[in-house]
Design a protein around this ligand. Sequence first.
Ligand SMILES: Nc1ncnc2c1ncn2[C@@H]1O[C@H](COP(=O)(O)OP(=O)(O)OP(=O)(O)O)[C@@H](O)[C@H]1O
Length: 242
Amino acid sequence: MLVTKDLTKKYQDFTAVDKLNLTVKDGAIFGFLGHNGAGKTTSLSMLTTLILPTSGSATIDGFDVVKDNLQVRNLLGYLPENVMLYGDLTARENLQFFGKLSKVKDVNKNIDEVLNMLNFTEWTDKKVKTFSKGMRQRIGIAQAILHKPKILFLDEPTSGLDPQGTKDIRNILLKINAEWGTTIFMNTHLLSEVTKICTDIGIISRGNLLVSESLSNLKENFKDAKSLEEIYFSIEGGVNNE
Ligand SMILES: Nc1ncnc2c1ncn2[C@@H]1O[C@H](COP(=O)(O)OP(=O)(O)OP(=O)(O)O)[C@@H](O)[C@H]1O
């Protein structure tokens, strides 16, 4: 389980994330929604131990992201918005390189298993520079799950992908969640994607969490709304218009 308590990040006088209180249950697919600049990436960076919170705390499976950062890193996988891969290496060589760097046990066995799961075996020995953005994203996900993390964080995983690429990523995330029980925490501003795969959502605006609910509860609470978009704008717009 992921729990944050008053998690805050300030840059000088500017508060990028303000007292975030969030709980994400094991096995959930959590969509973290917000406009550009709302504080999604900053939150993700604190949860993945890449930046230090200014105050407050966050734990994953009871391990603190600051004090127990090594244990936390073992529990999580992370797909950043821009995946870094070596174009002149093959998919397998990239995964071997990153796997060994992060000391993944049974690297080769895990690479085979993960590429198989991602339906990628056909391209295993092709150089990454020949891949489409969607294929690179799949290798990025393979890299992030090579050590079979309990929780997978993704920053805008379908941004810039065509409809087929978007669908492929969606199906992969559903498969990882179903087969391994991996919790998924996904930053996004694509409401259509959220509706298709998320069990729970959080909405952040100007660093403040406006709502964190299961999608079914949210729909129940906004019975008259025709779509998630309408719900989103009634929550988001309500605050910004105050
Ligand atoms: N290193 C930094 N120094 C100063 N301000 C920063 C820094 N990083 C982020 N910010 C500011 O914090 C706010 C939140 O940024 P963040 O990247 O978390 O937003 P986001 O919701 O992920 O947006 P996007 O969808 O555009 O990625 C923004 O106003 C941003 O300019």
